[in-house]
Design a protein around this ligand. Structure first.
Ligand code: ADP
Ligand code: MG
Length: 699
């Protein structure tokens, strides 16, 4: 279908576009640089820039921008027009190689964890030719990396690219040992499934908590939540379908292979999964997808919520990071094939992941740490905050046979008979799925499920690539020294099992028993961001990143500081918003209803005498008590915000105060407000309640 596929990738400066628009020698130099990872010369850059500008202007672009991924976790862009006055009152359109390759935004207003002071403002963006430039909103977007005047990275993209390079180098060492001399690079592949909520824009605008914090800070559950399981995969309402179709078209134009869409578990919740691609492109595409979702939602009268926990009492939103390793010739190195037991190369790569995840569970937890995600991890909807790995029965049995030096009998796949002759028989997989594992092997890839919906996928992939690269290097060093290759591989597999099998857990990760068992196994459990972030600076972790050239110690320190600062600032904004809403909306609402009831009571009593209206009087009593308790909790939260959070200068201590003082004070306040909310008539509440937010979008 020409219409469907014809416009796919029409707005990216893709390989196909480069091939047709660049002189052959320039195109060849570009390809060479991409393949060998070398920088482009200025002459080449000038020609590429000029071709890019012509192409972009044909698509309506008037501006260009360097697009980068600072430590805010979202993207940043500064637009410049192509306009250049010619001195005679007219103008020409210009875009030079220099402008393509390098930009110089002020770095001081981005989070840098102390790497940049405001007086040392210089920062640089540099074109990342490994990702596609694209045209959106009449602007040519050039993907770039971002670093400081002194050369420290200030973004999430540079370390991601470094980790991809490190992983490739290490994986190639292993492949070479298995006799593969043809593969030139190994590429981590990533497919990120994205969950989100859509609510009506007018409801969003009417709630300060959603506007300032992206989540509701108050709100009682309506009579119906998600207990009927009727939203998951349910029929998609037409307004939502129109949004999804629009989003698909926008994605496809930008080369984002949007594939699977469905309603998710919570009311008003949905998911989109694109087809996987190279980790760095996937990272750009996920950022772009999140901004497209928000932009297109607005055009349909919706707001797209990407917060990890927009509503208490129903599921929050996460992101599943499907990760595997591919050769440049397209072989998936985590594909077990038909007989995994005999596939030593696969088993060795698998063991590298098992070892890495066990040794660096702390880093994986840190890579998904945020105040939003803390509300989710461990709830019965998302994997717990304990990192473990699901392998399934078949692979676990295969690995056990190595551990026990016993033979493994390959299991035949059985068939499932639906019992109706007209229906096809289904070949049953050798292993069932497990939805509760934070890190699950799913056939030929790993699915890391702890990510929060709003976060950049760069961090988890930086961690994964780096830690797996480290173990592959260790394996390679052993294997490069041996005369008995097969036996050494066997012992490495066996040793992995002996030392790291504690990380493998195929059971239900949502139970309390697992929490106890994980503790017995010595697996770390970090319920909150504040618990895990200090481990980023653990000596082992610092040397891991330094060894592979991913981060320097000061770059890690900066990231540590940014996470903690962001944690405290987020909760501070939430607490202030909550105070504002309760003072300006909830308490006046209670007052209004009391006033209304009191008037009714006094009029009725005037006519009928004191003995009537006992229930209304009791209601008045209840509302009065609630008012008083809420008022006290408001004052207590206010006091803590003013007095406690200013007690320390240390960012870790401050974050602890927010976690241990402010968050519980907010929870206590919310409980009281949510208990009184159902007593109030709608006209006494100035903001829309959960029933409207979650069930407002009709078919
Ligand atoms: P499921 O979650 O049911 O296993 P899929 O198999 O369709 O669903 O895959 C979910 C996501 O995993 C998709 O984004 C898909 O593109 C991605 N994926 C599939 N194979 C790989 C791979 N080799 N590397 C990375 N991601 C992959
Ligand atoms: Mg999934």
């Amino acid at each position: 279908m020409e219409n469907l596929c014809g416009s796919y990738g029409s707005h990216i400066f893709s390989d196909k576009v480069m091939q047709t628009r660049l002189p052959k020698d320039i195109y060849t130099s570009m390809k060479h640089c991409a393949r060998e990872g070398t920088a482009l010369g200025r002459d080449v850059a000038n020609v590429v820039a000029s071709a890019m500008k012509e192409w972009a202007m044909e698509l309506g672009a008037t501006h260009f921008c360097h697009w980068f991924q600072p430590l805010t976790g979202i993207t940043a862009e500064k637009h410049d027009s192509f306009i250049s006055p010619d001195g005679n009152g007219a103008a020409i359109a210009e875009f030079s190689g220099k402008e393509l390759v390098m930009g110089e935004p002020d770095a001081s207003s981005f989070p840098s964890g102390g790497l940049r002071a405001t007086f040392e403002a210089r920062g640089y963006t540099a074109w990342d030719p490994t990702s596609w430039a694209f045209v959106k909103d009449e602007t040519l977007y050039v993907p770039t990396v971002f670093f400081s005047h002194t050369g420290e990275t200030l973004d999430k993209k540079t370390p991601l690219l470094r980790s991809i390079q490190a992983l490739s180098t290490s994986a190639l060492r292993i492949l070479k040992l298995f006799g593969d001399t043809e593969t030139r690079t190994v590429i981590p592949t990533v497919g990120a499934e994205q969950e989100y909520f859509l609510i009506d824009k007018e409801d969003y605008l009417a709630r300060r908590d959603l506007r300032f914090c992206g989540r509701t800070l108050l709100g009682a559950l309506p009579p119906k939540g998600q207990e009927m399981d009727d939203h998951y995969f349910g029929a998609i309402p037409s307004r939502i379908k129109e949004f999804m179709a629009h989003l698909d078209r926008a994605c496809w134009q930008l080369g984002i292979p949007a594939k699977t869409e469905h309603n998710e578990v919570a009311p008003a919740q949905h998911e989109l999964a694109p087809i996987f691609t190279r980790a760095n492109i996937s990272c750009d595409q996920n950022q772009l997808l999140m901004s497209l979702m928000q932009q297109i939602a607005a055009e349909h009268g919706f707001v797209c919520l990407l917060h990890e926990k927009p509503f208490a009492g129903v599921n929050g939103s996460g992101k599943h990071n499907n990760w595997s390793l591919s050769t440049d010739r397209g072989t998936n190195l985590l594909d077990p094939g038909a007989t995994p037991y005999e596939n030593l190369q696969f088993l060795l790569f698998l063991c590298a992941v098992i070892t890495a995840v066990d040794e660096h569970a702390d880093l994986l937890r840190i890579s998904v740490a945020s105040p939003g995600n803390d509300h989710r991890l461990g709830g019965n909807e998302a994997p717990p905050a304990i990192v473990s790995m699901f392998l399934g029965d078949e692979l676990t049995d295969v690995l056990s046979s190595f551990e026990n030096d016993s033979d493994y009998l390959t299991k035949a796949r059985s068939t499932l008979e639906p019992g109706v002759s007209a229906l096809p028989c289904i070949l049953r997989d050798t292993t069932d799925r497990n939805r509760t594992s934070p890190f699950a092997f799913t056939g030929n890839k790993f699915e890391f499920r702890m990510l929060g919906a709003s976060q950049s996928i760069a961090d988890p992939n930086i961690m994964l690539n780096t830690m797996v690269s480290d173990v592959l290097d260790r394996f390679a060093s052993v294997l490069e020294q041996t005369d008995d290759f097969d036996n050494t591989v066997h012992s490495l597999i066996k040793q992995t099992l002996v030392e790291h099998k504690r990380i493998i857990f195929n059971g239900d990760g949502y139970t309390d028993d697992w929490v106890k068992e994980a503790f017995m196994r010595g697996l770390p459990n970090f319920p909150t961001t504040v618990d895990c972030v200090p481990y980023l600076l653990k000596n082992d972790n610092v040397s891991l990143f330094e060894r592979h050239g991913i981060y320097t110690k000061s770059e890690l320190q900066a990231r540590h500081d940014v996470i903690l600062e962001n944690y405290s600032k987020t909760i501070a904004i939430e607490a202030k918003t909550m105070l504002d809403m309760v003072r300006k909306e909830v308490l006046p609402g209670i007052s209004a209803y009391m006033n209304h009831t009191a008037k009714a009571v006094s009029r009725t009593v005037a006519v009928m005498g004191e003995h009537v209206c006992t229930s209304q009087k009791a209601l008045l009593q209840r509302l009065d008590e609630a008012y008083m308790q809420i008022d006290q909790l408001v004052n207590e939260l206010q006091r803590q915000l003013q007095e406690e959070t200013t007690r320390s200068e240390n960012i870790y201590e401050i974050a602890r105060i927010y976690r241990d003082g402010i968050l519980p004070a907010m929870t206590a306040l919310r409980e009281k407000v949510d208990a009184v909310e159902p007593l109030l008539p709608n006209e006494c509440l100035s903001y829309p309640t959960y029933d409207k937010l979650l069930f407002g979008i009709a078919q």
